[in-house]
Design a protein around this ligand. Structure first.
Ligand SMILES: [Zn+2]
Length: 395
């Protein structure tokens, strides 16, 4: 940020969850002996050091699991075989993410000893997709891991074929543990505004990433988009409002960065006239949506018209937004969503393959151009963009 010429560059400290993956090992024991590629889910507990060895119970969904009698689940490793859809909107992930979050508690309540799920991914590889999960307070905490899509499909075939008395057994070792909270930071920099400098246009992305890959797509691409578009605005004309870039901590495993930002900036939240987040990888911007005020919508539609030559369409129905800026939205800050093409994103998301090698530079260039146009127009718009009327004392 210093090198790009941002002002007021600083960090703000955030206490973040400290989860350590430890060792991971998983193998089919019967009817054939071979390794299974798995990755523990974030916040999972570990197994005993010698691991867990149990028969696999294959279920297609949380609903099917809920319908089973406890006796059918007791002592088993539950495997949820849900095949995630490929979509350009990310809807296939949105349809599936409850399974990753809730399945361990759902299985634990019925007496399962561990939870496996088919990775939430659209690839056909042996790279497991990690991600966050949550233990319900009323459920026993059992270890939880994602199986690669390829290994999940073989496991499913074996279990389905094994009804004739050859149970499928798996041995799972996870060394996960949760340590005392650690220190992280939100990283913040600004392009100062001119005559409306007290109003803030917030651009967000997140600096943390899952440990398996390098986080090039999730969310290095988003960090690049917000920094490069803000830099482009800086170089063209000074914005009337202050453009603030916030690179959040801990989006992936607790959202402590966004929560802490909203808490620490509570007194100036009414000065935040729009927030927008890049956390959808490197795809081209396809759709734009605004959730704010009627006068803000006028400025927004003018801004999107500028981006039409990049193929961006205006949408009024809900579209996938950002996890971090959702905290600001709930606090009353108007939101802009520039929804990117996510059709490739979940091939790599949260895996060892999320590396710079898979980035589409031309698509990122399109996203930066669209962001610079839309954000630049909003930052200098004549309309009142905030929830409070122009000139009114902030809360
Ligand atoms: Zn992300």
């Amino acid at each position: 940020m210093h090198d790009l010429g941002f002002a007021n560059v600083h960090t703000e400290s955030v206490q973040v969850r400290h989860w350590d993956r430890g060792v991971t090992a998983c193998e089919l024991v019967t009817p054939v002996h071979r390794p299974l590629a798995v990755g523990a889910l974030g916040s999972s507990v570990g197994t005993p050091a010698e691991g867990i060895d149990a028969e696999v119970l294959d279920v297609p969904s949380l609903e099917a699991l809920a319908a089973l009698p406890d006796a059918a689940v007791q002592g088993k490793i539950v495997y949820v075989h849900h095949v995630m859809r490929r979509t350009d909107t990310g809807a296939g992930y949105d349809d599936s993410v409850d399974i990753r979050r809730d399945a361990a508690s759902a299985a634990g309540r019925k007496g399962a000893v561990a939870l496996l799920l088919r990775s939430l991914g659209t690839d056909a590889t042996r790279a497991p997709h990690t991600g966050s999960m949550v233990y319900a307070t009323d459920a026993p905490r059992i270890p939880a891991a994602a199986v690669s899509t390829a290994d999940g499909d073989s496991l499913h075939r074996l279990v389905t074929a094994a009804t004739s008395g050859h149970p499928v057994r798996v041995h799972l070792v996870l060394g996960c543990r949760t340590l005392p909270d650690a220190s992280g930071v939100n990283v913040i920099g600004e392009i100062p505004g001119t005559d409306r400098a007290d109003q803030i246009v917030l651009l967000g992305a997140h600096l943390d990433s899952w440990d398996l890959g390098t986080g090039a797509l999730d969310d290095g691409a988003g960090v690049a988009i917000v920094l490069a578009s803000a830099h482009r605005i800086m170089q063209s004309r000074p914005p009337r409002r202050t453009v603030r870039v916030v690179l959040f901590a801990n989006e992936e495993n607790g959202e402590a960065g966004a929560r802490t930002y909203v808490h620490q900036h509570h007194d100036e939240l009414s000065h935040h006239v729009v927030a927008i987040e890049a956390d959808s990888g490197d795809g081209r911007v396809q759709v734009a949506r605004y959730e704010g005020t009627p006068t803000g919508a006028v400025a927004f539609e003018r801004a999107v018209a500028l981006a039409q030559r990049y193929g961006v369409r205006l949408r009024h129905e809900p579209v996938r937004g950002g996890i971090d800026t959702a905290h600001l939205g709930r606090a009353g800050v108007p939101l802009v969503v520039l929804r990117q093409d996510m059709s490739r994103y979940f091939d790599y998301h949260h895996t060892v393959n999320d590396t710079p090698a898979v980035l589409d530079d031309e698509a990122i260039d399109q996203a930066v151009a669209v962001w610079a146009l839309v954000v630049g127009e909003l930052a200098s718009a004549g309309e009142n963009l905030g929830r409070t009327t122009e000139g009114q004392a902030p809360r």
